[in-house]
Design a protein around this ligand. Structure first.
Ligand code: ZN
Length: 398
């Protein structure tokens, strides 16, 4: 399915060659998909001597997936069709997240009104994927702990499932983003060359208000023994550093996240240091955010540059640790901080190179995510097909 979605129109012989199955096996599978109305024939390809081969592509509107990204400041919602094209998108302010049940009711209203507005055949909706920051228990979609939301022990998936007549799967936001950027149409996505030449590891790091990551190994999310892998933001990088929202101190997130950079900018202004940041915020310190600090640094402001240098160095330390341990094929950098252009990306790459062990990870490709602000919402929609094994009408993914 994924090959037809991403590379169609494609012939049965080409599918067989790419994924190493026999042509009769591919014929059996594709006939099943055609019979179910998910795949169609769309003309003939070039002949290599014999009869020109029939080309296959998906039927775009035969199936839909909804993805909802619940961030602390905004909720983004998208609907994808089977061709993985975004056919509907919307964004609202998150607002109050407590009491939790009232927030969930508001979320259900948004989901239902978006479906009505998109005017699609809801019987074709395969499910609703919901992504949020925090520790989320796999399969049950139970929110164990979300510092950003102040939630502990909330059965989010269960509550949503009771109110909505479609399959609902709740997943950690960084994992949803990794599916979009690392498996589907994002910066780290790669279908392989069909030779089975080995495994592929993609680390997706999301750096915005907080910092988190997720790891894909051969297109599968690596969860870990307790299901809590990927917490790169809570690696201690500065032994006596500031207190972190997680309760520890000196975490990467506490010294290098968007929030941490903003706080350091406000402190610099409060301390009376001569800095362009005072002018850029017009005297209102609370207006200083990470973007303003980067803007001042780009203009050569020394106080801002020192904050940016320190934050990017810490990020490089954490990425170098990841490289030394994992030696992944690629590291995809995403999130608000990456919007600050070369000053951010180049400094992070420089620090990573300096901090990793010499010769270690020399083939690691560090790149920027491709999907922008809606990447996590798109990934939340992919969470549905990823969990197709437990959604009866999605058995064609497995
Ligand atoms: Zn922490």
């Amino acid at each position: 399915m994924r090959l037809i979605i991403l590379e169609g129109p494609i012939s049965r012989a080409a599918i067989a060659k790419r994924i190493g199955l026999s042509i009769p096996s591919v014929m059996t599978i594709t006939e099943n998909l055609i019979g179910r109305g998910l795949v169609q024939t769309v003309g003939k390809g070039k002949s290599s001597g014999g009869k020109p081969p029939e080309l296959l592509s998906v039927v775009p509107d035969s199936e839909y997936y909804m993805g909802v990204d619940i961030g602390r400041s905004a909720i983004r919602l998208v609907i994808l069709n089977l061709a993985q094209k975004v056919i509907f998108g919307t964004r609202i302010e998150t607002g109050a997240v407590q009491p939790e049940e009232a927030f969930v009711n508001r979320l259900c209203t948004l989901i239902q009104s978006s479906l009505a507005e998109a005017e699609l055949d809801v019987s074709r909706l395969a499910g609703v994927g919901v992504a949020m920051p925090g520790l989320i228990e796999g399969e049950t979609g139970h929110v164990l702990f979300s510092p950003d939301f102040g939630w502990s022990d909330i059965p989010l998936q269960n509550w949503l499932q009771r109110k909505l007549p479609y399959p609902v799967v709740v997943e950690n936001a960084n994992r949803a983003l990794a599916l979009a950027e690392g498996k589907w149409k994002g910066a780290g996505a790669c279908l392989g060359d069909g030779t089975g030449s080995g495994s592929r590891t993609v680390l997706c790091v999301n750096m915005g208000h907080g910092i988190g990551a997720a790891l894909l190994q051969d297109d599968l999310l690596y969860l870990g023994s307790s299901g809590t892998s990927g917490e790169i933001g809570h690696i201690t990088v500065c032994k006596d550093g500031p207190l972190c929202a997680c309760g520890n101190s000196g975490c990467l997130e506490a010294v290098a996240s968007g929030e941490a950079i903003a706080l350091q900018g406000r402190d610099a202004v409060a301390s009376g240091l001569p800095t362009l940041m005072s002018e850029l915020c017009g005297g209102a310190r609370e207006k200083i955010d990470a973007k303003l600090v980067f803007d001042a640094a780009k203009q050569g402001d020394l106080a801002a540059l020192s904050i940016v240098d320190r934050a990017t160095d810490y990020i490089g330390i954490a990425l170098a640790m990841a490289i030394n341990i994992l030696d992944p094929d690629s590291i995809v950098l995403c999130g608000g901080l990456t919007k600050n252009g070369p000053i951010f990306f180049d400094k992070v790459c420089e620090s990573t190179k300096k901090r990793r062990m010499r010769q270690a990870g020399r083939h690691v490709d560090i790149c920027l995510g491709k999907l922008g602000d809606y990447g996590t919402a798109v990934g939340a929609a992919h969470v549905i097909s990823y969990n197709g094994w437990r959604i009866p009408k999605l058995e064609h993914y497995y």
